[in-house]
Write a protein that binds this ligand. Structure first.
Ligand SMILES: [Zn+2]
Ligand SMILES: [Zn+2]
Ligand SMILES: [Zn+2]
Length: 123
């Protein structure tokens, strides 16, 4: 069902709202805006997509919470290129590119996973 949705050229119109500072059409923000910075993360605390944790800190008015490993099957990562929502597992297993549109993700995001997703051994 999701792949079918993602092959729809109009899927961009269905993209969920992404909050952030100076967010562009592919969810880059003022903090992370390289060509590969195209994912947004649905925050565990409020269930709202933000371009990054710094945008959340600026705009949300509450502390960020990480996704416990037990909830990594939640669709919480948005590909800004095609608008598909990946589960956290799908994102972790993606090899730094969107499984649907093949757009490249920033491998450097790996260093920030702990701000969003609780590691397996702490779940
Ligand atoms: Zn929040
Ligand atoms: Zn940001
Ligand atoms: Zn994509």
């Amino acid at each position: 069902m999701i792949p079918a949705l993602c092959s729809d050229r109009h899927v961009k119109l269905l993209k969920p709202d992404v909050r952030g500072v100076e967010v562009d059409a592919e969810t880059r923000c003022v903090h992370y805006h390289s060509p590969l910075d195209i994912i947004a993360i649905k925050m565990a605390c409020c269930g709202i997509y933000y371009a990054c944790k710094d945008c959340h800190e600026t705009l949300a008015g509450h502390a960020i919470e990480v996704w416990p490993h037990a909830e990594w099957n939640v669709r919480a990562v948005l590909c800004g290129a095609c608008g598909c929502e990946l589960t956290i597992h799908e994102y972790m297993d993606s090899g730094y590119s969107c499984p649907h549109c093949k757009a490249g993700f920033n491998p450097g995001c790996r260093n920030h996973y702990r701000f969003y997703f609780a590691p397996e051994d702490r779940a």
